[in-house]
Design a protein around this ligand. Structure first.
Ligand code: SAM
Length: 683
């Protein structure tokens, strides 16, 4: 029976495997032969001493940090979760570096979109100081979970002498690990402002590849008039693809429904219902509709679409070739029978045949005579002219594929106040400074063609805006996109600006005073709000909470002053105080299974046995199995395994210390082996 250890997936080993499969000849006795590798890579090897790229002190160590294994685990907290049994969403409380490491095995290549809003390094931000030696202990000390040697959460000040260095060292390993999680069609969006945008872009170009840069979006948030020189009212969102060429090869396009268009079409259909085929009345109604809208309503932008015919709402459009240089064939005026004036840029339609087809379809409007060129009808959306069917089918109202679409631009406006006001309203007080806007994030989630089952992740979750965005968009689109949030239980500094309301809110609710508590509470309130507003929505309105902790499995870390006690302690591999459920979820992580995978429990020979992922993993983590119980337990497991008939190999895991003796252990293993369960392990 093979023993399992308490470490996360080995990234270095995975890298070596990948290299080996590409260049087997560059390996001799399991070691890389660099001379051969260099030869195989030809001119791509840069041997110059000075190299182009972003460098800073500690970069090598930061790279190493991303490669080192985590000795932590994620412990389930159903009591802090919502709809634990059914949800597929995750809120992971802990330092994101360790959590990202733990997620490597189960979530590599599975995440469709990552949005992060890391600390902008403004001189007052907390920038997480990783500890190469024992990052889990470091985490516990920083977050006040164990007594520390004076390690405290402090902000990264400009006077520190390592201002940019510390920030870069923090970001680099996290981005490297995040990249592994993205799918081939995955994208990462990173919010940042002027202070670190240059460094961040250079770093991302290295981590994701320059060729995968999509753009830096500019978010205009409103200006303040107290600036000395220029009021900076914008920030950036850098967008990098995991593999931009994948989009090209698969002809993937990103488009969105024109904001405000659906409302106009709804109004058109409503007016049709009232006025039937009377276009003039419908047109009057549409014009009135535009007039009734407030100034910045998105539908108002389309008010040029103010004419109506059987096919829908349309506007006059130019008949000339975009940019000029179009064809100049003869178009005869239907009344004067003379050649119409050709527009300055040539005709909009490439051939006379196409022009004639459009004339036949009624999409070309001739002027009174031939001296002026005709105009083109452009519809907001062309609808079927059988109005009754249109309204009855009402496909238009439901199906966004029918709505006019547009490509997004690289800059947009959204007041920063909107998000703050909404979050304050949700809590009845200001509990978090500068939250991002869930509707903005929801727009990008929807824009990149995210669909049911896809995962959206945010590992600097803050108040949980990304989780809110996913829940909000799911309710609109009736989808089930999943989220994974990671947030540090960062103690809230009572001296920090605006900390008081958050602290008194948490104290009043008898919660620990840290930011992760705000994240969870935001999610709970959002779930409730969405449920109240959409009582018929049957999608996922829950989340599972897990917390970062040291592994449940003891590592060999002898106390040199008390070796005897260490030996005795190590007879039991599981740490005291850890539950069956703790161990089970650690197993899922180690074996690379999703933290929301379905788990079925049955009693076999009087003990709890779990079947995970329809029998891919079978576990029995009971504390004792006697010799007499071995046979009935093995046979019970075999019967259940047969019933489940899993597609692949099954791994069966027991607690090592549960076995009365080695005979019991080897007997159980042998019976299972005989019946096709060859992968039997102990903890
Ligand atoms: C700028 S805020 C994100 C705000 C968020 N976008 C929102 O709308 O509420 C950055 C967050 O990252 C968290 N954070 C910083 N270092 C972290 C780490 N090592 N692991 C997890 N979270 C961290 C901070 O506690 C902070 O809440």
């Amino acid at each position: 029976m093979e023993k399992m250890n308490g470490q996360s997936g080995d990234i270095v080993a995975d890298n070596i495997d990948q290299l080996k499969s590409l260049f087997p000849e560059a390996f001799t006795e399991d070691k890389v032969n660099f001379d051969v590798l260099k030869q195989l890579l030809g001119g791509a090897v840069d041997e110059r001493e000075e190299k182009y790229g972003l460098n800073w002190h500690g970069k090598k160590a930061a790279r190493q940090i991303a490669l080192s294994l985590s000795t932590g685990t994620l412990r389930p907290c159903p009591e802090e979760s919502v709809n634990w049994d059914t949800t597929q969403n995750l809120m992971l409380e802990g330092d994101n570096l360790e959590v990202l490491k733990l997620l490597q095995k189960p979530y590599t290549g599975k995440v469709k979109m990552i949005y992060i809003d890391p600390p902008y390094n403004k001189g007052k931000d907390f920038v997480y100081p990783d500890d190469f030696r024992d990052n889990i202990k470091n985490y516990q000390m920083l977050t006040g979970q164990v007594e520390g040697d004076g390690r405290k959460i402090t902000s990264n000040t400009e006077a520190s002498g390592r201002f940019h260095t510390d920030w870069l060292n923090m970001m680099y390993p996290r981005l490297k690990l995040a990249r592994n999680l993205l799918r081939e069609d995955g994208v990462i969006f990173i919010s940042i402002d002027d202070d670190e945008v240059t460094n961040l872009k250079a770093m991302c170009s290295e981590v994701f590849g320059e060729e995968n840069f999509i753009t830096s979006l500019i978010w205009e948030k409103g200006r303040k008039n107290d600036a000395k020189l220029i009021s900076v009212g914008h920030e950036y969102i850098l967008a990098f693809a995991k593999n931009k060429s994948f989009f090209a090869v698969n002809k993937i396009k990103w488009r969105e429904v024109k904001p405000g268009a659906k409302e106009i079409l709804d109004e058109y259909l409503r007016l049709r219902k009232s006025y039937g085929a009377n276009n003039a009345e419908v047109e009057i109604g549409i014009k009135k509709f535009y007039e009734s809208l407030p100034k910045n309503d998105p539908s108002k932008k389309h008010s040029r679409y103010n004419k109506v015919d059987d096919k829908g709402v349309w506007r006059d459009d130019n008949m000339s070739w975009p940019g000029g240089g179009g064809p100049t064939y003869d178009v005869i005026h239907p009344t004067t029978a003379e050649k119409c004036a050709v527009p300055e840029g040539g005709w909009r339609y490439g051939t006379l045949e196409k022009m004639e087809e459009m004339i036949k379809l009624g999409k070309v409007i001739f002027r009174d005579d031939h001296t002026e060129s005709p105009i083109r009808k452009t519809y907001l959306l062309e609808v079927d002219n059988d109005f009754d069917d249109e309204i009855e089918d009402s496909g238009l109202e439901e199906d966004s594929d029918d709505l006019p679409i547009q490509v997004a631009g690289s800059y947009f406006y959204r007041s920063a106040l909107q998000a703050s006001n909404e979050l304050n309203a949700l809590f009845g007080n200001k509990v978090f400074n500068n939250p991002k806007d869930h509707e903005v994030i929801a727009r990008w989630i929807s824009y990149i063609n995210t669909s049911t089952g896809d995962i959206v992740m945010d590992f600097f979750a803050g108040s949980g805006t990304t989780g809110h965005a996913v829940l909000h968009q799911n309710a609109i689109d009736q989808k089930s996109i999943k989220f994974i949030l990671v947030q540090l239980p960062e103690p809230i500094d009572p001296k920090a600006k605006g900390a008081k309301p958050a602290i008194s809110f948490l104290e009043k609710n008898q919660k620990p005073v840290n930011i992760a508590e705000i994240t969870k509470e935001r999610l709970r309130r959002t779930v409730k709000k969405i449920k109240d507003e959409n009582p018929l929505f049957a999608g996922d309105l829950g989340f599972r909470v897990f917390k970062l902790d040291s592994s449940n499995i003891r590592t060999w870390d002898p106390d040199r002053d008390n070796l005897e006690q260490t030996l005795l302690d190590n007879l039991e591999h599981i740490k005291p105080g850890r539950s069956e459920s703790d161990i089970l979820y650690e197993l899922l992580l180690k074996l690379g299974l999703d933290l929301c995978v379905p788990i079925e429990t049955r009693t076999v020979a009087g003990k709890n046995v779990q079947a995970i992922g329809a029998g891919v993993l079978l576990t029995c983590l009971t504390e004792s199995i006697t010799r007499d119980e071995v046979e009935s337990m093995a046979l019970g497991i075999i019967a259940w395994h047969k019933e489940l008939a899993p597609a692949g190999d099954t791994t069966c895991v027991f607690r090592d210390s549960a076995f009365a003796d080695d005979v019991a252990k080897s007997n159980l293993s042998a019976i299972l082996f005989q019946h096709g369960i060859e992968n039997v392990r102990s903890l």
